[in-house]
Write a protein that binds this ligand. Structure first.
Ligand code: ADP
Ligand code: MG
Length: 255
């Protein structure tokens, strides 16, 4: 890549809401193939940071460089086209659609019409549908969902609905996947399955940013951890370094 050892480079990124900083002068450099965890208390700015990278939000200041190109002025669908996919916090599967149809939406996520019109387009363009179904089935196989392909997505247990979200994101063939609290609300066995899936994606070389509250979950998965507090990066390092960092313990771990 043009950017050498950095796939994503965020510099001086700022975003405020109603005069209050949600993200404040954030710098972040992520290497290709890295799994970077982003942790911090509620309201620290984690989801806002993801929105600024994915393009759902515009930065007030700062830059986002992806694969050597500035993308911070691009709309979300153009960023998706360059290979950035986001699984949003609290995202739901589309009710009234099968698992396969839910995943097929992901193949349209990078089109000009964008994600939401992609939902309404499904079913109207049968030729499109035939073209993307094999890709979608591949994503289902990759995530262990093949047996569920024709079930209504909302009938699946929550853990598998989360996997459907991941499968949908993969269907756009991303090079950078942002996962915002994918394990929240899941039972232990479901979390375990998700950890295994994320570990497999990492082994395949996919670059990921992962927001997660459970420090044990993060420690098992992440190469490096970035800690946000009140919109600022207060620490960055390996999981072991982060667990030993007094600032982190004070701000976040609370122990
Ligand atoms: P986190 O994901 O770390 O919990 P968020 O990025 O969601 O934090 O929020 C960071 C701060 O920005 C919070 O104070 C939140 O209330 C505020 N915020 C986030 N999104 C909006 C918005 N759309 N409008 C107003 N304030 C927002
Ligand atoms: Mg959040």
């Amino acid at each position: 890549t043009a950017s050498g050892s950095t796939l994503l480079e965020v510099a001086g990124l700022c975003r405020s809401f109603d005069g209050v900083f949600a993200v404040r002068e954030v710098d972040l450099a992520v290497a290709p193939g890295e799994l970077r965890a982003v942790i911090g208390p509620n309201g620290a700015g984690k989801s806002t940071l993801f929105g600024l990278i994915g393009g759902q939000l515009r930065a007030d200041a700062g830059t986002v460089v992806y694969d050597g190109d500035r993308i911070d002025r691009l709309p979300a669908h153009r960023r998706a086209r360059t290979g950035i996919a986001v699984v949003f916090q609290g995202a739901r599967v589309f009710a009234g659609m099968t698992v396969l149809e839910n995943v097929m939406v992901g193949a349209h996520a990078d089109t000009r019409a964008g994600f939401f019109s992609a939902v309404t387009r499904l079913g109207r363009h049968r030729a499109d549908e035939r073209a993307i179904a094999p890709t979608a089935r591949e994503c289902l196989a990759r995530t262990g969902l093949s047996d569920w392909a024709d079930r209504p997505a909302e009938a699946l247990p929550l853990g598998q609905q989360r996997v459907v979200q991941v499968a949908r994101a993969l269907c756009g063939n991303p090079r950078l996947l942002l996962l915002d609290e994918p394990a929240s609300g899941l039972r232990a066995a479901e979390r375990e399955a998700l950890v295994n899936l994320i570990a497999e994606l990492r082994a395949e070389g996919l670059t990921m940013l992962l927001v997660e509250h459970d420090v044990a979950f993060v420690t098992r998965l992440a190469d490096r951890v970035t800690v946000l507090d009140l919109g600022r990066v207060i620490a960055e390092g390996t999981p072991a370094e982060i667990r030993a960092d007094e600032k982190v313990v004070a701000a976040y771990l609370g122990t």
